[in-house]
Structures are given as structure tokens and as C-alpha cells.
Design a protein around this ligand. Structure first.
Ligand code: SAM
Length: 265
């Protein structure tokens, strides 16, 4: 598949930095009752899996991904965390190898943004949920990034990522669409909570973990594609990236909003 961020070890590290940095913010309060069976599609290298499985030790998780290599890394990570309540399977979210109503809950994070047909995926996820089941969906929205000092080149570099993700069939602006997408897929009582990350020098963990190692690293990761596809001249690109790093300086600030949706089947 055309997964925009690729499967390099650097990207795996970035996903883990992202999950660890954001766990308190985006995963806050997400727990599943004892005995519940939870499906996590697009689990990747297990960066979120370790957090959700640790928070609900008496629930059982089935985490699936389309990439065998990512699943191997996820298995390793989960075993390393000493968690025994997760099983893994290679599966495509559009055609899940599970019967109707098999799960009590679905947890999906940073997958829909990469799918050409997010609504079809949600319809398939709804199929495998039991009648009173629920879905939790978390996505970012790169249109929500703003920072100080402001920079036209930095904004242009972010737009390159949005454009490249669109060319690969995804949608980096999907956070703002969670409510309509879930509603159109048939979910009810859809409730979307925006979760804003605000970073300044008084929060050094976020300066490093979010501004530098999550967001800027993600934009930097598409440098070759952006330049090869002629989306930006190299000097402007380098300036844009330098300006994103500049927002992580002692007098810089950075804002980004994640969207967390919870809905019933
Ligand atoms: C950005 S990663 C997110 C991983 C993880 N949820 C996290 O938040 O760290 C997206 C993952 O979705 C997987 N993926 C993409 N298309 C898929 C599909 N059709 N079915 C299942 N997984 C898919 C990719 O292989 C990748 O591991």
C-alpha cells in the first residue's frame, strides 16, 4: 500500500515518540471493562497498543495491521511491556476476517487519515461490533497546526505533506471530518472532542516529544517526495523545516489539535 510515512525504523521511532508524548492527552480516560474484546485496526508497530492494553489489563485486544513487518515489531513491543492481553493478526480493515458482532469495542487511531475509503472502513468496523458496542476514533488534522514565529515556508511545507498524503489516497485533514464520517457510516450518538496540544518553553517534554520529534519529524520525513514531485523548491523547503524547528526554540510556541470521537454502533 501507499502509506505516506513509510515503514522505516525512523518512522517507527516517530510513532512511538508520538504515542508516548500524547498518551496523557489523547488516550486519557480510555479504558475498557474486564472481559471486553476490543479490536484495534491499523495498530502499526504497537505504539498505542501498549498504552491501551496496559490501561485495561482485564480486557482483551485483537490488534490488526496490513503490514506483517509492523505486526512483528508490535508483537515484540507488547511482549517487552509484559502484556499478555493482546493478540495480533494480519488483516485489511476493509475486509476483516471476523464475524458480525464479534467485538465489544473498536479503538482506531491514526488509520483513517491514510485510507482512500474511510467511510467504507468504518462501515466494516461497525459490522464487527456488537449491537451495544462502541467505537473510539482518534485522528489529527494538519490544518490545525499554527506556531510562533509564523512562517509562510513552514506552512507551505506542511501543505506539501497534506498534498502528498492526498496523492497517496489519504486525507491529512480528516480530524475535522470525524463526525460526518462516523454518522454516514451508521454510528449513533457521535461525540467529538477536540484535544489541543499547546507547546511552549515551559513544557520541555512537549517541545521535544511533540514539536520536534512528532510533528516536525513527520513533515521532514516527506522531504524527498516533496522535492521529487516538484511541490517546493529546495531552499524554501529547508527554510520551512528550519522555521518549524525555530518554533521549538525558547521563545517559540506550537499548537495542534487532535480529534477524538466516541460513538455507539
Ligand atoms: C500511522 S500508522 C498508525 C499506527 C498506530 N495506530 C499508531 O497510532 O501508532 C497507520 C497504520 O495503518 C496501517 N494500514 C494502512 N492501511 C491499512 C488497511 N487497509 N488495513 C489495515 N491496516 C492498514 C499501516 O500499515 C500502518 O501501520
Amino acid at each position: 500500500m501507499d502509506y505516506i510515512h513509510g515503514y522505516s525504523s525512523r518512522e517507527s521511532e516517530r510513532l512511538t515518540d508520538q504515542a508516548d508524548t500524547l498518551a496523557a492527552l489523547v488516550l486519557e480516560g480510555i479504558t475498557f471493562p474486564a472481559g471486553h474484546l476490543v479490536l484495534e485496526p491499523g495498530c502499526g508497530v504497537g505504539s498505542q497498543t501498549v498504552h491501551i492494553a496496559a490501561a485495561s489489563p482485564a480486557a482483551r485486544f485483537v490488534s490488526v495491521d496490513i503490514s506483517e513487518a509492523s505486526l512483528a515489531a508490535a508483537r515484540h513491543r507488547v511482549a517487552g511491556a509484559g502484556l499478555a492481553n493482546v493478540s495480533f493478526e494480519c488483516a485489511d480493515v476493509y475486509e476483516l476476517p471476523f464475524p458480525d458482532h464479534a467485538f465489544d469495542a473498536v479503538f482506531v487511531c491514526f488509520l483513517l487519515e491514510h485510507l482512500p475509503r474511510p467511510q467504507a472502513a468504518l462501515t466494516e468496523l461497525r459490522r464487527v461490533l456488537r449491537e451495544s458496542g462502541s467505537i473510539t476514533a482518534i485522528e489529527g488534522d494538519h490544518g490545525s497546526a499554527y506556531f510562533h514565529p509564523d512562517s509562510e515556508e513552514a506552512r507551505e511545507a506542511i501543505r506539501c505533506l497534506v498534498e502528498l498524503q492526498a496523492r497517496a489516497g489519504g486525507n491529512a485533514l480528516i480530524g475535522r471530518q470525524l463526525h460526518p464520517l462516523l454518522s454516514a457510516a451508521g454510528f449513533r450518538d457521535v461525540h467529538v472532542e477536540p484535544r489541543m496540544v499547546y507547546v511552549d518553553a515551559s513544557r520541555p517534554d512537549l517541545v521535544d516529544g511533540f514539536t520536534r520529534r512528532t510533528f516536525t519529524a513527520m513533515v521532514e520525513g516527506v522531504r524527498d517526495q516533496a522535492l521529487e514531485q516538484g511541490l517546493m523548491a529546495v531552499e524554501r523547503w529547508d527554510r520551512g523545516i528550519a522555521d518549524l524547528h525555530r518554533a521549538a526554540a525558547a521563545d517559540g510556541t506550537f499548537c495542534y489539535t487532535f480529534f477524538r470521537a466516541i460513538a455507539g454502533r
